[in-house]
Design a protein around this ligand. Sequence first.
Ligand code: NAD
Length: 424
Amino acid sequence: MTTAEPTTEPEPESAVETARRQLERAAAHLDVDDGVVERLRYPTDVYRVTVPLERDDGTTEMFTGYRAHHDSVRGPYKGGLRYHPGVTEDECVGLSMWMTWKCAVMDLPFGGAKGGVIVDPKELSRDEKERLTRRFAEELRPVIGPMKDIPAPDMGTDPQTMAWFMDSYSMQVGETTPGVVTGKPPVIGGSKGREKAPGRSVGIVTREALDYYDREIEDTTVAVQGFGSVGANAARYLDERGATIVAVSDVDGAIYDPDGFDTNDVEDHDETPGMVSTYDAPEKLTNAELLELDVDVLIPAAVGNVLTAENARNVQADMIVEGANGPTTSAADQVFEDQGVAVIPDILANAGGVTVSYFEWLQDINRRAWSLERVHEELETEMLRAWESVRGEYDARDVTWRDATYLVALSRISEAHDARGLWP
Ligand code: NAD
């Protein structure tokens, strides 16, 4: 009896499953105490709060919010707060674990956290969003703080949300405490360069990976899925250094020009929604076609799970640099490993965001703002340090770039657990 090839792959893993699988893969290569690995499979704690909101029409509605803390062995918890109808406790736990790995790869003195409220922010007026944020901040107050847990913006939240959050916390503790959140407007302690940092780090890591494979950036063609904050900033960084950006896209479709686009001429999705797909380009493609273009580098920077068992074999790029979180399913990852496609993982490539959040926290604690030039210089230094560590593991062992990245993270976390021990 023959078994038919599966035509579709199983449901993509949940964030918790992915985080645990990566932990186990990395642990298999390292001499790590089983007890430490077991501890890292679980969050330290997960808070569930109910947030009452007075709607503009005078009625009261209850919303559920979460904050998951994964591991704080290396420092206070750090991670985003999202407002989205799909927020779940499980997702917060999984994403908090990803944040632990991301902070450790970057050697930042933070552990992982994630939280959110189950709400569609598009259905809230500005006043309702402010009231919801202030009450959520108050409900979380016992478990957050500049030395405990420092939230940041994520899907559905922005610098203004962080400003309300910081103000509410400060009012209740009786002192202005900018270091309680990052991603604030610069006028109240936000860092210059924060918004562009994840895209910039994708650009820096792509540049270094090209250099590793002896590729000249000037001879490199790049396709970017999702010309939003991460995608547009990565594309512009690489364009400025001589790469040819042949394709970019937004949710409505892709544009293609084999001679390359002037990426400053194409407005990103945030600047004018829909502008990418309506841009006057030689050729229009679908998002699916963009992923399969014959380019040197593919940067998926839109949403998760776009590279799957269905399309991985059709991907012609030699290198994939993950701008979005989780764009590659584990089945696709296996295909790329078999075919020798280098996949530089999200927790390294887009870690510029949390790194500049760390700079913001330092600026807040020291009450001294950095110039944009300093932010750029320090981000470059931190990204290169992380890249060197990952490259060291990649060269030393027969592993993928993703495994090498998790090895760096797990080594640092497990060494810290060993040094501190298990109390009591
Ligand atoms: P964004 O909203 O600024 O841009 C997203 C872009 O993707 C837009 O151009 C949008 O039109 C496009 N898009 C949306 N859905 C799509 C789909 N189904 N197919 C193709 N294109 C689609 O978002 P962003 O901040 O750039 O985030 C993009 C990804 O990067 C997300 O996975 C996010 O979690 C991750 N990320 C963002 C940051 C950050 O600080 N902005 C940091 C780390 C990781």
